[in-house]
Design a protein around this ligand. Structure first.
Ligand SMILES: Nc1nc2c(c(=O)[nH]1)N[C@H]1C(S)=C(S)[C@@H](COP(=O)(O)O)O[C@H]1N2
Ligand SMILES: [Mo]
Length: 412
């Protein structure tokens, strides 16, 4: 935590935070210059080329999905380097384009209000003095891999890079709620942020969690990410961390916590991010009228990362193969791999365990069946005994993809 502590110490002697965030703000407002090279996301519906850009504040080389609001995808090779995704290549997703481009760290306040005994207005300095916790957790967009849905569904056509894993440092939401004193009869807690809709009357981005979930001691308010401050685009100065749940709940630039005596019936909970109330969120392509529930817990996933889609390698009897896995809402139990499209499966060796919500590395040495096209697959079982299925699901939101993915390579 060295870098973060140095930065935090520096803030106390400064009137305004004019570091990375403010600098980035200028670049963000100006709009990044469009880039150099194209990357192929291999989306089955076509139109899979995307420009690479490194013009966004605090961000290195990223796949540009959309400019306003910024949607930046992490290139797959980043996940091969480390189970922790570097801050400068961590994916970015915002719903509204009106994002503050600088934050005054002295006047910033996190309010806690609603169904509580003591409404609070917490300064950043106060937040930083509370007992700290750190946790590794995967932040994955509900629509990660949406571009792989067949038939295609509307929404950002993400490849597999709308996800990332980081060590989040912050405070327990439970501690804040206890300090405010939640009144009996509280049902949900709603989280609001500094970003604003660009269209008048459009719904402000807010999400809610059930009171027991909000109070479970795992949900965090994070101000540190991999030992540094949060990049502006990932929610500086603080964001919600909801381990094991899709990142639609991980509200960035969090500045408002409202305890509710009833369920949140605003747009982002009642209408958006709803999945079919069916096993695996699966319905027949084209289906429309079905009961829905708000998206919630993540499911196991895994990817081959040591080789990329379409890569050509020299044929050998056996080859090294590696990748990453996540258990979803619990840990990774095992990962098996196939080099023949799922007929034969081989065990892999799991890398260090960074906690049940983290990515886990896997590696192995596998035989190649023959020269030519090879279909590589990986399959994760989580510690609850849930395994990735072979068949993909479909739903109109393009949410919760989790089937076994295939990486096609050629060996000659
Ligand atoms: N304030 C705010 N928080 C937000 C959002 C948003 O639009 N505004 N989008 C959510 C969604 S849908 C995703 S996928 C994640 C993305 O987190 P990241 O940009 O840090 O990767 O932020 C979540 N938190
Ligand atoms: Mo998302």
């Amino acid at each position: 935590m060295d870098k973060l502590d140095t930065w935090l110490a520096a803030q106390s002697s400064r009137r305004r935070f004019l570091g990375q965030a403010a600098l980035g703000g200028a670049a963000l407002a100006a709009g990044p210059a469009l880039a150099q090279s194209l990357v192929d996301l291999h989306l089955p519906g076509g139109n899979a080329g995307r420009p690479m850009t490194s013009a966004f504040p605090g961000k290195g080389s990223m796949i540009l999905q959309r400019m306003h609001p910024p949607l930046l995808e992490t290139p797959m090779e980043v996940f091969d380097r480390d189970v922790f995704t570097p801050n400068d290549q961590f994916f970015v997703r915002w719903h509204w384009a009106d994002i503050p481009t600088s934050i005054d760290v002295d006047t910033f306040r996190l309010t806690v209000r609603g169904h509580v005994n003591r409404p609070l207005s917490i300064s950043l300095a106060q937040l930083l003095r509370l007992p700290r916790v750190e946790m590794a957790a995967v932040n994955q967009c509900s629509g990660n891999s949406r571009g792989l849905f067949q038939p295609r569904v509307p929404g950002a056509q993400w490849g597999n890079g709308a996800m990332g894993n980081a060590k989040w440092l912050g405070v327990r939401l439970r501690d804040i709620l206890d300090f405010a004193g939640v009144k009996p009869g509280a049902v949900q807690v709603r989280f609001g942020a500094l970003d604003q809709p660009v269209v008048a009357g459009a719904p402000d981005f807010e999400k809610a969690l059930d009171i027991d979930h909000a109070h479970d001691g795992e949900v965090m308010i994070a101000f540190g990410m991999n030992g540094e401050q949060l990049p502006l685009l990932n929610g500086f100065p603080c964001r919600l961390i909801v381990p094991g749940w899709y990142s639609t709940y991980w509200v960035k630039m969090l500045n408002d916590i409202e305890v509710l005596p009833g369920p949140d019936d605003e747009y982002w909970m009642a209408k958006a991010y709803k999945i079919p109330a069916t096993p695996g969120a699966n319905v027949k392509p084209g289906a429309k009228d079905f009961p829905t529930v708000p998206i919630n817990r993540m499911i196991p996933r895994s990817w081959v990362t040591s080789l990329g889609e379409g890569q050509a390698i020299a044929f050998d009897q056996t080859i090294p193969l590696g990748g990453i896995a996540m258990g979803g809402d619990c840990g990774v139990a095992k990962v098996d791999v196939s080099t023949d499209g799922g007929r034969t499966w081989y065990h892999t060796r799991l890398g260090p365990d960074h906690g049940k919500y983290s990515f886990r590395r896997w590696d192995t040495q596998v035989p190649l069946p023959a020269r030519g096209n090879v279909r590589l697959m990986s399959r994760c079982w989580n510690t609850a005994g849930v395994a990735q299925p072979m068949a993909p699901i479909w739903n109109p939101g393009g949410f919760m993809r989790g089937n076994i993915e295939t990486t096609n390579i050629t060996a000659s």
